[in-house]
Design a protein around this ligand. Structure first.
Ligand code: F6P
Length: 514
């Protein structure tokens, strides 16, 4: 297989570099590289248009990347992922986030449905007052135990909020104090979200939340806690009644866990139907990903472009700008999904990788980015492929001019990056020159609703997996986060000299900096 992979890369690198202007000489380009994923009855409930025409993908390159995918056994690896095989080889686990939305091994799908039924019962019991009046939830978690819920609650509960949710992740006590200030302890629940139920930030915050409840008249603080975890025994041992422990399987990775009981605050805040709609949107993307081969596979095609920019054009970052306030937190979410999955330096077999792996994912919300970082995107020395995500339907009810300006700017930025030009009257001022030929992809949603959010997140999960297959790496472990945690514990255990030793060694080695 290695020879076929090298041969495919040689073929890719040997292709002539053509500009976007040259590629757009093909009148059918937009049609060939834009595809819509729709869902619901008769595919009329909603959809997203995935337009990759303003990237440098073209037929010969797609042929070569399809050969690379074949050499990397993409279809075999995809089948292994979706069948619950232990593809997370370094941890000896499956990666079964798709089973949470009905796509995977039968036993895993059945288990997910049973755990969702348990979660639904608790959510509906809380809504019906079984735990007394509940007006607030403080959701305590970090990384994948916080970013997904935070994104989904922000995106889906702007019009309707059944429970006021505050997601707290940082150990900086100010974060928790800000949530306390907004909540009435008498009507507040606390969700402790931790796959391992050992993460020091989460467990410290949880203890402080219990203290806040007790100090403010709650007789049984533990009685106000719901635990969301893959370690239910630890949650019970910590003091949470097992009827309020919502487990999820060890085979669901933290950054892939929104679909599991980690999504409890989304269901509590937005309603169970919204949570299920989000699962359904993700399932629609899963079905597409499972059934579609080659360049027609939306996530694989995006990975082809990602690999081209990272490994052939030397791009070190990838930007995502969401031209919709409802998706303002999506770039933050994608940072963990993509960088914690593919920020690796060895292959799944433990061999050094033979080139760049994950680029640095960054981004923000439009149009704000235009007034902050787009200067670099247009005239900087770095080539940065940009994803634009927007919605045809507005999220607001103000003058339609708001949404018109938002969308026209989104489309204009992609056009300007591609076309370039010179803004000087005589067209010759170097300071006003735009090189152009800068790539972008556009995801244009019918609207931003629960199903669309689910489909977009699932698309990026599969895009991340497809990139990992083409790179030959394991996207489902994250040993890179362990050394810092260990050193923090060493310092906390009295190893202050360790920190000083490290610092003094740095100073020694960088005396010229002193
Ligand atoms: O340290 C990284 C990490 O393990 C992430 O992968 C995870 O999402 C986060 O910390 C929180 O872990 P847990 O859900 O076990 O508290």
């Amino acid at each position: 297989m290695a020879d076929a992979v090298h041969a495919a890369w040689d073929r890719i690198r040997g292709l002539p570099t053509r500009t976007l202007a040259e590629l757009f000489a093909d009148p059918s380009r937009v049609e060939k590289l834009s595809d819509r994923l729709a869902w619901g009855e008769g595919k009329t409930a909603g959809g997203v248009l995935f337009d990759w025409s303003k990237t440098h993908l073209e037929d010969a390159m797609l042929d070569a990347f399809e050969a690379l995918a074949e050499a990397c056994d993409f279809t075999g690896k995809r089948a292994a992922l979706l069948s619950g095989a232990r593809i997370n080889v370094t941890e000896g686990r499956a990666a079964e986030h798709t089973a949470q939305r009905g796509v995977g091994a039968d036993t895993s799908v059945e288990e997910a449905m049973a755990l969702h039924a348990r979660m639904r019962m608790l959510v509906e019991a809380i809504h019906q007052g079984t735990l007394g009046e509940v007006r607030h939830l403080i959701h305590i978690g970090i990384g994948g135990s916080a970013l997904g819920p935070k994104l989904a609650i922000d995106a889906l509960t702007r019009d309707l909020k059944l429970v006021d949710c505050h997601v707290v992740s940082n150990i900086d006590g100010l974060a928790l104090e800000q949530a306390f200030a907004a909540c009435d302890p008498a009507t507040t629940l606390v969700a402790v979200a931790s796959k391992t139920f050992t993460t020091i930030e989460t467990m410290t915050n949880a203890m402080s939340a219990l203290k806040w409840l007790g100090d403010n008249g709650v007789a049984d603080p533990y009685g106000r806690v719901v635990a969301l975890t893959a370690s239910p025994d630890k949650a019970v041992e910590w003091g949470v009644d097992e009827t309020r422990v919502l487990p999820f399987p060890e085979s669901v990775g933290g950054r892939y866990s929104l679909w599991s009981s980690i999504g409890f605050p989304v269901a509590l805040a937005a309603g169970w139907d919204e949570f299920e709609a989000m699962l359904a949107g993700a399932q629609a993307m899963d079905e597409h990903f499972r059934a579609t081969d080659g360049r027609a596979n939306l996530a694989l095609r995006a990975a082809f472009a990602d690999q081209y920019y990272t490994r052939v054009r030397g791009c070190q970052t990838r930007a995502c700008f969401t031209y919709d306030e409802r998706l303002a937190l999506l770039p933050d979410y994608l940072q963990q999904l993509e960088m914690e999955s593919n920020g690796k330096r060895v292959t799944a077999e433990g061999e050094p990788v033979d080139g760049a792996t994950a680029p640095i994912t960054w981004g923000g919300v439009g149009t704000d980015g235009q007034h902050a970082v787009f200067q670099l995107l247009h005239q900087g020395t770095h080539l940065v492929p940009v994803d634009f995500i927007a919605s045809i339907a507005p999220g607001d009810t103000l003058d339609p001019a708001h949404h018109a300006i938002l969308l026209t700017n989104c489309f204009a930025q992609g056009a300007a990056l591609m076309a370039g030009g010179n803004m000087a009257a005589d067209g010759k001022d170097p300071a006003r020159a735009f090189p152009g030929d800068r790539p972008s992809a556009t995801m244009l949603c019918d609207d931003i609703d629960a199903a669309t959010l689910g489909a977009l997140i699932a698309f990026h999960e599969h895009r991340t997996f497809a990139n990992a297959v083409l790179l030959g790496i394991n996207p489902f472990d994250q040993f890179g986060v362990e050394l810092g945690k260990k050193m923090a514990k060493d310092i906390e255990a009295g190893g202050a000299d360790l920190a000083l030793a490290a610092f003094s060694l740095f100073i020694e080695r960088n005396a010229d900096l002193a």
